[in-house]
Unconditional design. Sequence first.
Length: 216
Amino acid sequence: MGKSVVKKTVDNARVQEVRGTSDTVKIWEGYRDQALMWRALVLLQFPVTLSALIVAILIWQGRVTEVTVPEKPAPGIYHPREIPDKMFVEHATGFVNLVASYTPAIARRQFTAAREKLLEPLLSKFTQEIMGDELKTIESTNRSQIYFIDPTRTQVVRTENGVEVSFIGDRLKTIADRNLPTAVSQYIVTMKTIPRNDINPYGIIITNVSFQDLKR
């Protein structure tokens, strides 16, 4: 039913070939019928277009824009038991790599970065001893050092309020381009947690570091 109406409308809208007739009246009537047809189509389209415009305006005025913004995480603190061992090992490894493997050219920058991982009273002790006397010795004697951690001997011990990570590895020291005998050394890094932030998402902080040379 719908296709037949559309076909009929299209056929009626076609320009009729009436120029071939000699009857002037028929020619005039043909053009008049065509004009009436196009005017009827225009009159039909006008209310439809107006109605669509009114509906669009109503929809636009009645629109509601909702934007969901998640709340900014509030400052908080993780208990050490909520953090896996892997995170403590990574944090302690980063610190040991900064203080145990260095060259005179970059030792100051590495020690400065290592200070950011410490908490008082260890921070003041590190600043006085490592950033002071130790760093002067490194720069004046042109001393370099490389510490190779043996991952098979890394141990994690959880205490009541923190975590201890123990590293054992080979330490090779060079002074004035002369290699000293390789030593087996142990670092024990003690950590706890403080309120987290963007830089330290788990709030892991180092409270104590101990070092000793071991016998092979």
